[in-house]
Design a protein around this ligand. Structure first.
Ligand code: GDP
Length: 432
């Protein structure tokens, strides 16, 4: 989602205005220079649009002197945000600092909006016209305290922000879409047939055309699920020339069409390259995932422990995926698939509110700052969960974050917020 950064001198009412825009009293209203806030970014909504609102008051720029500090804030804002809102105290008028910051902002290629705050009564309205001289376009008179016309300002803000694609790449109505994948002979057809005890119908025979039915609707645990691209599975065309190539192609197609994958693994055999390739496809496609160890009936009582440990070692890439031990042959524990699918999809759909995310992140980073690189300590300014399906975090930083540290953040994020069964992406946006 697009990011709006709010900049301005201390005491112009940035936090009050942020609260006004958010429509609640979440930001700390304390515009004292040097006061660190533990939360700097929030979710804002206006006119059906969602954006991240960043209060730069919490950034503590290193520069000394008020003017330099506010200018540094503006620089960071320009580099990280999609648009910048400069807040001026209309009861004071444009100060030298405001002018210096405007000069910095005028260089920006990004949209800059100007709010004249503290226009608490009409007498001040006339004065706001003088703010045109800052060269940032129309000043929007607002009173953060009394709520004067922040609507016009918000309209201008959402107009200035780039539009973003909506979450997810497909409609969310209808049964959730499941891909049943795994290497040849792992038991996909058998499992589908087992579940098909309850198959209601084979679907997707588009009216008037003669395409093969490709998906199966399956009733599981009180819900209907759409198992995608099962035509090949039902027909059991096997072992022909190029079967493997087609199997891999089918896997890819099924994963792309699905929201969640059941990756079937053979519990009686060690993990193979092919298993890992399928898993990688699922993770890279960003789909939720359940691991099902099939043929559990073939695993010796006394080998089970060793088996599980061995499999865990092979599955370090997906420590977050739920594991279910099943037998497509006997039907053992096949019932456990539906709850696992539900959990995975819930995680896949989950969004952590920006305020909550940043509160957590501030503590984490204070306790374990990113490793110093090239003599410099990268700072994490704020974060948003930019998307779901899969959940995607974006960290806005002043420097490169090593892969190890990104993984650390992902692990802690999962410890705090869950996300079992879903991949989580952690992207870093470094200010130039
Ligand atoms: P696919 O290629 O993944 O569709 O695998 P199939 O469903 O065709 O199964 C391959 C072979 O494994 C068949 O001979 C099945 O009977 C057998 N099989 C599948 N699931 C199980 C299971 O849970 N236990 C045992 N013992 N055999 C199974």
């Amino acid at each position: 989602q697009p990011v709006l950064a709010v900049v301005g001198r201390p005491n112009v009412g940035k936090s009050t205005l942020v609260n006004r825009i958010l429509g609640r009293r979440e930001a700390v209203v304390q515009d004292v220079p040097g006061v660190t806030r533990d939360r700097v970014a929030y979710d804002a909504f206006w006119a059906g649009r969602r954006f991240t609102l960043v209060d730069t008051g919490g950034w503590e720029p290193d520069a000394t002197g008020l003017q330099a500090a506010v200018a540094a804030q503006a620089e960071m804002a320009m580099a990280t945000a999609d648009a910048v809102l400069l807040v001026i105290d209309a009861s004071v008028g444009a100060t030298a600092t405001d002018e210096a910051v405007s000069k910095v902002l005028r260089r920006s290629k990004k949209p800059v909006l100007l709010a004249a705050n503290k226009v608490d009564d009409d007498r001040l309205l006339a004065d706001t016209a003088s703010l045109w001289s800052l060269g940032l376009g129309e000043p929007y008179p607002v009173s953060a305290l009394h709520g004067r016309s922040s609507g016009d300002l918000l309209d201008a803000i959402v107009k200035a922000l780039p539009s973003m694609p909506r979450d997810g790449d497909r409609a969310t109505t209808g049964p959730r879409r499941v891909a049943l994948v795994g290497k040849p002979n792992v038991g996909k057809s058998s499992l589908l047939n087992k579940l098909s005890g309850e198959v209601r119908s084979v679907v997707d025979s588009v009216a008037g055309t003669t395409v093969d039915p490709v998906d199966s609707l399956v009733e599981l645990d009180g819900d209907t699920w759409r198992f995608v691209d099962t035509a090949g599975l039902r027909k059991r065309v096997n072992s022909a020339n190029g079967a493997e190539y087609y199997a891999s192609l089918r896997t890819k197609t099924a994963i792309d069409a699905a929201e969640v994958a059941i990756v079937l693994l053979d519990a009686a055999e060690p993990l193979s390259e092919q298993d890992l390739r399928v898993l990688t496809m699922v993770v890279e496609a960003g789909r939720a995932c359940v691991l099902a160890f099939n043929k559990w009936d073939l695993v010796d009582e006394d080998r089970r422990h060793a088996m599980v440990r061995e499999l865990d070692r092979g599955l370090v890439r997906v420590p977050w995926a739920e594991k279910v031990n099943i037998s497509a042959l006997t039907g053992r524990s096949v019932r456990k698939l539906a709850p696992a699918l539900r959990t995975a999809l819930k995680s896949w759909d989950q969004r952590v509110p920006t305020g909550q995310l940043n509160g957590w992140l501030a503590d984490l980073i204070a306790a374990t700052p990113p490793p110093v690189r090239g003599g410099k300590q990268p700072k994490v300014l704020f974060a948003t969960q930019a998307g779901i399906r899969p959940p995607t975090l974006v960290l806005f930083t002043t420097g490169f974050l090593e892969a190890g540290y990104r993984r650390f953040i992902e692990r802690k994020f999962r410890e705090r917020f869950g996300f079992e069964g879903s991949p989580v992406r952690v992207n870093v946006r470094v200010r130039e």
